[in-house]
Design a protein around this ligand. Sequence first.
Ligand code: FAD
Length: 535
Amino acid sequence: MIRVSNIKLPLDHDEQAFTDAILTTLGITTEQLTTVEIRRRGYDARKKNTIFLIYTLDIDTTINEAVLEKHAGNQSIRLTPDMTYKFVAQAPTDLQERPLVIGFGPCGLLAGLVLAQMGYKPLIIERGKAVRDRTKDTFGFWREKKLNPESNVQFGEGGAGTFSDGKLSTQIKDPKQYGRKVLTEFVEAGAPEEIMYVSKPHIGTFRLVSMVEKMRAKIIEMGGEIRFSARVDDLHIEAGQVTGITLANGETIKSKHIALAIGHSARDTFQMLFDKNVYMEAKPFSVGFRIEHEQSLIDQARFGKNAGNPILGAADYKLVHHCKSGRSVYSFCMCPGGTVVAASSEEGRVVTNGMSQYSRQERNANSAIVVGIDPADYPGNPLAGIDLQRQLESNAYLMGGENYDAPAQKVGDFLKGGSSEALGTVKPSFKPGIKLTDLSKALPDFCIEAIREAIPEFNKKIKGFAKDDALLTGVETRTSSPVSIKRGHDMQSINTQGLYPAGEGAGYAGGIMSAAIDGIKIAEAIALSINEQQG
Ligand code: FAD
């Protein structure tokens, strides 16, 4: 096929305009055009009242060779690259050792799936519950303020992104088509087909739940096994080589190949790994608040008269401001038409995050507004960032009234200083509830100063962003892992052979897609190592 990129058409173009653009770009006739597949559809909304759609297409004609020859040297018209994912290994028929995967988030899910597809029959260990039971616990927490520290937004089948917006974008370079492999698996498990081509794909919470179940069934069908409510409490290491694990119930399991895909919130597990001398370093992360506006305000600011167009959907934004102090403030995990959620995994601590459904039809837009911090801000051992997170989350719990309500404040009051006494037009979506207060006491002073500088700057890009009634809720502390568990080129821990630190918790991913892709890379490394050791 021929890959044609940068076909630009008005937002409201019709079928004929689409076909005409192809014929003109390639210089062919209607009769010569046989197949058109949309590979990617993005939009250019720099001029909000004149929005263009930008297509990348895979096209078949009756004269492919001649067309390619005619456009040789044109980077926008070339042979479609091979996009199939290729397995790197096949398990030996006398497989002597089952690899272990710790954690069943996107990273562990794809690691387990790809290992199973190559015939390695992985055993996956997940501390939380299967996704249906986990959903009851999580929604129960939001309704009744009863936190289950082992089954919540962070822990359980599907990992941290299960109750999320399910955004699937990633910026990583991907010559081996790992991303396409992930999306293909997601579609087979029930994700909307459009995730294969829209520029900002998302799935939404409810679909993610059933997709995760289907992917689990697939792993089991191929000989894999998944244990829920099974927390890994100890790692066995002999002469620098990992040899197995002990679960919370005392059971031990042997393996010399262990994928460590524990996410960024397994603080007790980080401590255990640190105590075992697995090499790790403190890592930069970000802290801040969730901001909420009416979605209609964001739609209007981004899309002008095109607001509400179904092709565009609910508008998102991405903002960054470099402060005079040298700090950066940016928007993170923006959820159009979504809700702010309680993302605690430890008792007596409050953490915010965001989620949405596929339709993105809730009244408010929300996004984290966070300040980058680094180990110089939390000197000490590699776990010092966790201490800071805990301190901020405990403080937020106190400020919220010690009942899992989150401290909140109107933007106008936050910028002026002082407490908020009453809500304005933006109604909070956070469950279980919020307590209006003075959020300047929720973060270190340098963060407050940076956010106060950034919000008016963001208002220049999104008109109304700094409006008095917009709402801040806090605290947002789980933006990425506070530690990095270092691995070498062979994907193994630099001081513990056979341990494969992976995904967000180890510092190798930041989101569903990059975590899932890292899971595939780990599966490949484990498969190759097992084959080498078995000869
Ligand atoms: P995780 O998903 O955190 O999975 C780790 C798993 O390991 C967990 O299930 C945990 O229970 C398990 N585990 C931990 N310790 C142990 C142990 N000792 N024994 C056994 N099991 C253990 N990203 C996006 O790209 N798009 C979004 O829209 C998005 N929205 C989000 C919304 C929310 C509310 C949250 C919390 C996160 C969101 N993210 C989003 C981030 C995304 O979810 C993570 O980047 C991603 O899940 C990381 O994948 P992971 O597999 O590395 O880790």
